[in-house]
Every structure is written in C-alpha cells, then in structure tokens.
Design a protein around this ligand. Structure first.
Ligand code: PEP
Ligand code: MN
Length: 275
C-alpha cells in the first residue's frame, strides 16, 4: 500500500489493542450497542442498561447526526452529549459518539470516550487531523464510496497526528444492489487483518439497513475474524427519530448476544486460541 507507514502490520505481526476505560478492543470480542440517535435521557439510560445486561461493553448514541436531508432530525447536540455522559456513568459503559465538525472535537472529547468518524466524513481530512490531535480513541468508519486503500490512508492521517488508537469499522458500501441499504463488504475484515495492526469491527445495522439480516451478518462477522460489532438497539424502534427500520429491540439484541458468545467461543477453538 503506497505511502502507508504507521497503519501497516509489521513483520512481528503484533496487533494493536485499544484500551477504553479497561475495555480492550482488539482482544476478545467487543460489542458496541445503543440507539442510532440520542433522543432523551430516559431513552438512552433505559437502552444503556438493557444493552449492558445483554453483554455489550460500549454504549453508542449519536448527538450529531449527518442526515441526508437538512430537514430530518439533526441530533440533540450538546444536550445529547450530556445525556450520553450520564448514561455512560449510570451503566458503567464507556461511550462512542460521532463528531462531524472539526470545531467540535475538543469538547465532544470531553463528554465521550471514543470519537466516531462517520462514513460521510471518512475523507474529511481536517476532521481526521483534529481527532488525530485528541487523546481519545477514534472509530473510523469506511466511506460508502471508498476503497480499502483510501480508508487505510484515512487511518494513517489520524495516526500521523500522534493518536495511535484507531479502530476501523466496515459499514457497507454503495453498489447497484437496492434490497439492502448498503452492501456489507465482510472481505474487509480479513483484508484489514492481513495488512494492518488496527482492530476492525463491523456495523451490520447500517451495513444492511434491515432488521432481518442483522443476526446473520453479525455472526458472519464473528466467523470472518472481526474484533467486534457496532449494533443499533432502541427500546421502542417504532418511535425512533432516525433509522427505525434497522434498530433491534433489547430482547432481540439479547438473543443475538447469546449466539455471538457461542460462535466467538467456537471460533476461538477453530483458530486454536490465536486471536
Ligand atoms: C452512525 O453510526 O450513526 C452512522 C451514521 O453510520 P454511518 O456513518 O456508517 O452511516
Ligand atoms: Mn443510524
């Protein structure tokens, strides 16, 4: 890969582990879960408790939503960040939230434990430089029109600014297929593992946009060697202010987590215990 230095897997094949308040991403299997958008304190705290009970170890929730339409719900902003911090404390879960503007990075980092760069901003180089200067881990989603090499170069931007804690997230790309919201490219999991040392997780929620496909794509991600998943869960998806068709109910998430645990243990055996 041209001009990529810091993201490459070295000859010693040592993989990076990103430590977020004791949750070690890249070691074992990490599930990040929570609603697409933060909508109220009650909604987020209730969801946080439910996903924690089911075994998630990171709470997700968007306060700044990059929406296709300027008239769609744009997120609660600062108020949402405050709710996220509260829900994180109440549940004991570290948090991840998207930052969409370089000017917001410093104070989003005051409220959240992981800074998410969304698919639409993957190549926003000033935003990448800004999160690269932050001391918070960065979850870098793959752009929907981006090649693997472009994506890894974006990770390189963050690493080059001195932030070593980058987690990759495959979330599907645009193809001619319309049955699914995106085409979830699971081949990126082994591709990332054979070329970079960075942990890679999969987002089957945005990757498929369809409730009925999330379980199988989650399990396929485990089998493909992913370090974790980011899954949207909402206490009442029908009333969700964004992405209502792809958010699992807590009971569905709990059943999925049971299967993930079993398959992850089985895959450990298949791989002879090597991560
Ligand atoms: C999200 O995770 O909230 C999101 C908007 O995802 P993506 O950037 O992958 O579309
Ligand atoms: Mn969403």
């Amino acid at each position: 890969m041209k001009n990529v230095k810091l993201a490459l897997l070295g000859p010693e094949r040592k993989r990076s582990v990103v430590d977020v308040k004791g949750v070690r991403i890249g070691e074992g299997f990490t599930v990040m879960a929570g609603p697409c958008s933060i909508e109220s304190e009650e909604q987020l705290v209730k969801t946080a408790m439910a996903v924690k009970r089911a075994g998630a170890t990171i709470l997700r929730g968007g306060a700044y939503k990059p929406r296709t339409s300027p008239y769609a719900f744009q997120g609660m902003g600062l108020e949402g960040l405050k709710i996220l911090e509260k829900a994180g404390k109440a549940s004991g879960l570290p948090t991840v939230t998207e930052v969409i503007d370089p000017r917001d990075v410093v104070w989003v980092a005051e409220y959240a434990d992981i800074l998410q760069i969304g698919a639409r901003n993957m190549q926003n180089f000033s935003l990448l430089r800004e999160v690269g200067k932050s001391n918070k881990p960065v979850l870098l989603k793959r752009g929907m029109y981006s090649t693997f090499e472009e994506w890894i170069n974006c990770a390189e931007y963050v690493l080059a600014e001195g932030n070593p804690n980058v987690i990759l997230c495959e979330r599907g790309i645009r193809t001619f297929e319309t049955y699914t919201r995106n085409t979830l490219d699971l081949s990126m999991v082994p591709a990332a593992r054979e070329t970079t040392h960075l942990p890679i997780i999969v987002d089957p929620s945005h990757g498929t946009g369809k409730l009925s496909l999330i379980e199988s794509m989650s399990l396929a991600s485990v089998a493909a060697g992913a370090d974790g998943l980011e899954i949207e869960v909402h206490c009442d998806p029908d009333s969700a202010l964004s992405d209502k068709d792809q958010q699992l109910r807590p009971a569905q998430f709990e059943a999925l987590m049971e299967k993930i645990r079993k398959l992850a243990a089985f895959m450990d055996g298949v791989n002879g215990g090597t991560p």
